[in-house]
Design a protein around this ligand. Structure first.
Ligand SMILES: Cc1cc2nc3c(=O)[nH]c(=O)nc-3n(C[C@H](O)[C@H](O)[C@H](O)COP(=O)(O)OP(=O)(O)OC[C@H]3O[C@@H](n4cnc5c(N)ncnc54)[C@H](O)[C@@H]3O)c2cc1C
Length: 407
């Protein structure tokens, strides 16, 4: 009888495999050797970013017109997986470049903004961070206070405070979600993009977090910052929520990138633990021969590949130049966050006391992926979205679901 003769619908093309190979080689040669040091010092991964730029890896998603390769979410996901397998902090640099502000700039920004930022981001000369979260507006982002006031001469003044801007202290510019005059709640929220050295922008601190030490979050204050028309990514409409919804839909790129990093990082920990179990001999037997531990490896592998398949579906559905759909993205992010938490936790357990030691990378990876379960929308926020849709009969794109319409 013939074995499996079908094909994997998510099989990677020759170009995608070559991209994976390139990212893996940079990860092994440059990223992995500096990961522990970045974790200890908290220094942003500038050398690794330079190496990725030299290998043209930062050009992946930027359009060809702007010096990029114009690839989509599938290719972004491949590179993020490979870099995160070596170091999550360095992968976050790629994440901001692939799935952060440049996506919005390319889709929505005025020509001058594209000209100003996209070639510089593609070449690795510029990094852009994201300012959405505020002390009183995290999951409830529509409660944000950062706002614009109209000067009456076609410009605005930006005032407010963002307290969780990943790598804001290393960035050259920041995307700031803010409220246009006259809006309230989700109405009137839009976004501007400004240089970090513009008068009125002040870096007020960086976080000392549990993980991703080399790509930690910054706090940034805005005081009477002049905003011109070319700084506006998308204007908030005081009477409706359309701009806010468009901005939210762009977060689906970021969520798929977040899931990719979780999967890559957890894959690295699973492989590390597997090698360890094969090398560690107790009572004359390698630990890898113990069925009880093999079952752990089985659970880890199943969860990881399950999450990976959900992610592949979401990024393939995005298509060239499109955006990953919200439902499939929320499912993929939730599954990847949970798989990474479980896999990275078990990897520590499988190494025993050594897994708990900073001498071994699984300890760092566990701390790093923990934050990814909160950033880009918490697991609970994803569950809220999925649950509220399923409860009304709205489903994923799987033909196995019979769509219903409970309003
Ligand atoms: C590593 C990391 C990087 C980040 N990077 C950025 C960045 O670059 N830019 C940026 O703007 N922000 C960033 N954030 C902030 C992140 O987006 C917020 O932390 C997140 O949205 C949650 O907001 P909060 O911290 O205010 O928690 P809260 O919104 O106060 O939530 C607290 C808890 O309550 C739960 N919760 C809240 N509302 C509900 C609800 N309605 N139903 C069920 N549960 C609920 C949450 O899931 C969470 O568990 C980052 C965060 C982390 C950890």
């Amino acid at each position: 009888m013939a074995g499996a003769v079908g094909h994997d619908p998510y099989e990677e093309t020759e170009d995608q495999l070559a991209l994976r190979e390139l990212a893996r080689s940079v990860a092994i040669r440059v990223v992995e050797p500096s990961a522990a040091q970045g974790d200890q010092t908290g220094e942003p991964p500038l050398a690794a970013a330079q190496a990725m730029a030299q290998a043209d890896l930062l050009r992946v998603t930027i359009g060809e017109e702007w010096g990029g390769f114009g690839y989509g979410d599938v290719e972004a996901s491949i590179v993020l997986e490979e870099i995160a397998r070596a170091d999550v902090s360095t992968a976050i640099w790629c994440q901001l470049t692939f799935n952060g502000p440049p996506r919005g700039i390319e889709h929505l920004g005025p020509p001058a903004m594209k000209e100003r930022w996209l070639p510089a981001v593609a070449s690795g000369e510029a990094l852009l961070s994201i300012g959405i979260t505020e002390p009183d507006a995290g999951s409830a982002v529509q409660d944000m206070r950062t706002s614009l006031t109209d000067t009456g001469n076609g410009t605005y003044l930006l005032n407010g405070y963002k307290n969780y801007s990943t790598l804001g202290h290393a960035a050259h510019g920041i995307l700031v979600w803010c409220r246009w005059p006259g809006g309230s709640g989700a109405r009137g929220i839009g976004a501007v993009l400004i240089e970090m050295d513009r008068p009125g922008v002040a870096l007020t601190g960086v976080h000392h977090s549990m993980g991703v030490h080399a790509a930690t979050e910054a706090e940034i204050a805005f005081e009477d910052v002049q905003i011109a028309a070319d700084d506006v990514l998308i204007a908030g409409q005081p009477e409706d929520t359309s701009a806010f919804k468009l901005l939210l839909s762009h977060l689906n790129h970021e969520r798929c990138g977040n899931a990719s990093m979780c999967i890559g990082a957890a894959q690295g920990s699973l492989e590390y633990a597997t090698r360890y179990l094969n090398e560690r001999v107790i009572g004359g037997r390698a630990l890898a021969d113990l069925q009880g531990l093999q079952w752990k490896l089985a659970e880890m592998a199943i969860e990881l590949d399950g999450a990976r398949l959900l992610l592949r579906r979401a990024v393939h559905l995005a298509g060239a130049g499109g955006t990953p759909p919200a439902m499939e993205t929320a499912m993929a992010k939730t599954a990847a966050n949970r798989a990474a938490k479980h896999v990275c936790d078990e990897a520590i357990q499988l190494l025993g006391g050594y897994g708990y030691s900073r001498e071994y990378p699984v300890e760092r990876v566990y701390r790093d992926i923990r934050g990814l379960c909160i950033g880009a929308g918490t697991i609970e926020a994803q569950l809220n979205y999925i649950g509220s849709n399923v409860a009304r009969g709205r489903t994923s794109n799987s033909p196995g679901w019979i769509p219903q319409n409970f309003t």
